[in-house]
Design a protein around this ligand. Structure first.
Ligand code: ZN
Length: 500
């Protein structure tokens, strides 16, 4: 077969694998939104069949032959886009081939049983009943990491699944730098916030009106409803690709911020998914880089844009049109409300100042666990000690402590750091956007989001997987990732809200 023919066959197989993935995602979306309860068992089996077919295509001998005929190095004669596609598919192919099928099945079974055990354990705040499952999951994940291989820490192999190219040493150093600045800063802001004791704004806000507002805000920032839709689910998420990107949201009848920031967060993920280059549809060159970069897109719209005063100068009148209960709100009061700071036990409820402290402690625990420095049985005590040290509060029970997140029970070790990476990337990217776009703040004030979205399309979305995350940030901002951009952002905003 000629090289040209190999590339054509390779790309058509890659697109087939992509389509199988999209079909799986659509089934999963339906499961979370509209599927009747009795459909669960058949759905699980449908999704497992598709996942099996997709895995076989990716890891199979046919793909191995095609990859053997293709060379993504400089001298391989491929164009730059094809080189990206061969490099990325080779990485996934090798990863998939290295892990024995028996381990994949074992993990899938443990994930399902482990999650059931976690749901029960959390409900009863009973960590010891979950501990044996976490031991088993950890053991299988360790064997998988060893099968894949790693250079520095075994945790590198875990990270590689979510943030390709990132290393434990590099993240430990970044997070160490962040922690040094963040802990004292958060301490000062928490104390000032406690003294100011700003009560959250509550009222009665009918859900249908909230849904309308969420749609209006999503449309306003550029989300394309001809290529997407918004529904409701218990845990908001975004799914789909390019011309069909759906997200879900949730609402609280007494608190507007839940639905508004859910929509802006998921809307940010969705803008990324809708923004890939259609010329590279269904290939890595037209797909997302890493979970950290994905999270940077959601955080940029949710926080840098959505919690700014400039944004609400434009958006508060829209909010008041929908809700009589909000008629008397001032811009200052609302801006303070959406930026309330409080030491809280639960990660998903945490504000911008304290959120990363929740992630740092999870990262430290995961690395120590994977590298064998601590034991599963000691996790509750270690967790509580770290909460006391970084946030000054201690969970009254494990349900609100070590058992609060689903991730470990689902085998998602190495996932947590991508949340903080997303926050750090977002601050650095937003600063670069503010340098590139004349009067970005004025644009937000006038409700003009096109220039920011165009900039993100050009610098991030359209580039697809051309660069790894760290490299992409360097190319776009001219510097490697630095926590100082995030700290500057916090200091500027919260320093003004809570002056010394
Ligand atoms: Zn997100």
């Amino acid at each position: 077969m000629t090289a040209k023919k190999s590339l054509e066959t390779f790309l058509s197989m890659v697109k087939e694998i992509h389509d199988l993935g999209c079909a799986e995602e659509l089934l999963a979306w339906d499961q979370q939104t509209f599927m009747p309860p009795k459909g669960a068992e058949a759905r699980a089996s449908q999704m497992a069949v598709l996942a099996g077919v997709r895995h076989d295509r990716l890891a199979g001998d046919r793909m191995a032959e095609l990859l053997a005929a293709l060379d993504e190095s400089e001298k391989g004669g491929l164009d730059p886009d094809a080189r990206v596609n061969v490099r990325e598919v080779r990485r996934l192919h090798e990863r998939a081939r290295k892990v024995p099928a028996e381990l994949v099945r074992e993990l899938a079974k443990l994930q399902s049983l482990g999650q059931n055990a976690w749901v029960r354990a959390r409900k009863e705040s009973d960590f010891p009943s979950f501990a044996p499952w976490l031991e088993k999951i950890l053991a299988v994940k360790r064997r998988i990491a060893d099968a894949i291989g790693y250079e520095g820490s075994r945790y590198d192999a875990f990270l590689d699944e979510f943030e390709p190219g990132a290393t434990t040493a590099e993240i430990a150093s970044l997070f160490g730098e962040l922690k040094k600045a963040l802990v004292p800063f958060a301490g000062r802001i928490l104390e000032a916030a406690r003294l100011a004791s700003i009560e959250p704004i509550r009222g009665t806000y009918p859900i249908p009106e909230q849904e309308k507002l969420a749609r209006r805000l999503a449309r306003m920032i550029g989300y394309d409803f001809e290529a997407g839709r918004i529904d409701v689910s218990a845990h908001p998420f975004t799914t789909g690709y390019l011309h069909d990107v759906r997200f879900t949201n949730r609402y609280d009848e007494n608190d507007l911020t839940v639905g508004i920031f859910g929509a802006l967060h998921e809307g940010g993920h969705a803008l990324y998914q809708q923004g890939f280059d259609p010329a590279h549809e269904g290939t890595p060159r037209g797909d997302w880089v890493s979970l950290g970069i994905h999270e940077s897109q959601s955080r940029l719209w949710e926080n840098m844009v959505g919690r700014s005063r400039a944004f609400w100068e434009h958006a508060l009148p829209l909010l008041k049109e929908s809700f009589p209960d909000a008629a008397g709100l001032t811009l200052d009061a609302w801006h303070r409300n959406v930026n309330r700071v409080e030491a809280s036990l639960i990660r998903v409820e945490a504000d911008e100042v304290t959120y990363n402290l929740h992630i740092l402690l999870r990262f430290e625990i995961e690395v120590d666990l994977v590298e064998g420095r601590i034991e599963v049985a000691d996790l509750p005590a270690i967790w509580n000690e770290k909460m006391r040290a970084s946030l000054g509060i201690e969970p009254p029970d494990d349900a609100r402590g070590v058992l609060q997140d689903i991730h470990w029970s689902a085998g998602l070790l190495g996932y947590f750091p991508t949340y903080t990476l997303g926050n750090l990337y977002a601050a650095q990217l937003y600063r670069a956007a503010a340098r590139a776009i004349p009067d970005l703040e004025g644009c937000l004030r006038r409700g003009e989001f096109g220039s920011l979205l165009d900039w993100l399309r050009r610098t991030i979305h359209r580039r697809g997987r051309t660069y790894r995350a760290g490299e992409l940030v360097r190319v776009v901002t001219g510097e490697p990732l630095r926590p100082s951009y995030f700290m500057d952002y916090l200091e500027e905003k919260y320093g003004a809200l809570y002056p010394e």
